[in-house]
Design a protein around this ligand. Structure first.
Ligand SMILES: Nc1ncnc2c1ncn2[C@@H]1O[C@H](COP(=O)(O)OP(=O)(O)OP(=O)(O)O)[C@@H](O)[C@H]1O
Length: 263
């Protein structure tokens, strides 16, 4: 034990939608500078967990501490500085089609500038967006294009550039390799690891992709029936010794996880 305060500490997190219990007592410590991967079947609540931390979903019970402060008890105004610590790469990159690529990358920088009254000029925002595009391996000239003109892999890079634009202390990745071919998936994972290391950020990634989980993660956990039923080094995902994790990570049809295949 180091006695260090976790960057993110969750205790007893519960969330139901009507009769459907999604999170049922999630406990999680993510230490500063750690990349934590959460795996779990479709619909098990991985996104709901991230959305609870982001304040987009209100938990029914439990605490979510960021830097030792329970953000669930804060008013939206007092919560805002904690949320500004977080950058997020969404599953489908979630770019605004009405904006150019560079405007997408600089969107948060310009919005934060307006909010805090230290405006960044359009010229400076464009220059910074160009630097960020270069950081994710893209030609800054791509900044003039519309997101619709880019491939899925390029859109992920732009989403990553946007996520890191404000140099966030915390980064969330929602299924970063979904929809990409294995080589492009590996490229995006490499960029993610590079960005997280350079920023010294604390990261949480949710994924179904075991190769990606092992590339991105230091630590890993599996969400099952509302709880994190296993935690360990990401390198142990394929030989965890836990029958539920083993069935999931090896994609076995038979095992303790009962899959309802009826439609
Ligand atoms: N706003 C909501 N209202 C009602 N039900 C919701 C809401 N948000 C999520 N759910 C339900 O919560 C459950 C968990 O959803 P969630 O999106 O977190 O799953 P997931 O583990 O991220 O799945 P996937 O891997 O398929 O993306 C699902 O059954 C979903 O329908």
């Amino acid at each position: 034990m180091t006695g260090q305060t976790p960057k993110i500490r969750i205790r007893g997190l519960c969330k139901s939608f009507g009769p459907k219990v999604v999170l049922n007592g999630v406990d999680l410590d993510v230490m500063t500078g750690t990349s934590f991967v959460i795996i779990g079947g479709s619909g098990t609540g991985k996104s709901v967990l991230l959305r609870c931390i982001l304040g987009l979903v209100t938990p029914d019970a439990g605490t979510i501490e960021i830097d030792g402060v329970d953000v669930t008890t804060l008013s939206p105004r007092h919560r805002e500085p904690y949320m500004e610590k977080i950058g997020m790469l969404f599953q489908n990159a979630a770019l605004f089609d009405s904006l150019t690529v560079w405007e997408n990358v600089a969107f948060g920088l310009m919005a934060a500038g307006r909010q805090h009254k230290h405006r960044i000029s359009r010229a400076d925002a464009k220059k910074r967006a160009g630097e960020l595009l270069e950081q994710v391996g893209m030609d800054p000239a791509v900044g003039a294009l519309s997101p619709a003109e880019l491939s899925g892999g390029m859109q992920k890079r732009v989403g990553l550039a946007r996520a890191i634009a404000a140099r966030p202390e915390i980064l969330f990745f929602d299924e970063p390799t979904t929809g990409l071919d294995p080589i492009m998936g590996a490229v995006i994972d490499g960029l993610i690891v590079d960005c997280v290391r350079k920023l010294g950020s604390t990261a949480i990634a949710i994924t179904h992709d075991m190769a990606s989980a092992q590339r991105i993660g230091d630590q890993a956990a599996m969400l099952y029936e509302g709880r994190l039923i296993w935690q360990g080094p990401a390198t142990s995902l394929l030989d965890s010794g836990n029958p539920i994790v083993d069935q999931f990570t090896h994609g076995r049809r038979e095992g303790p996880i009962k899959v309802d295949v009826r439609v």
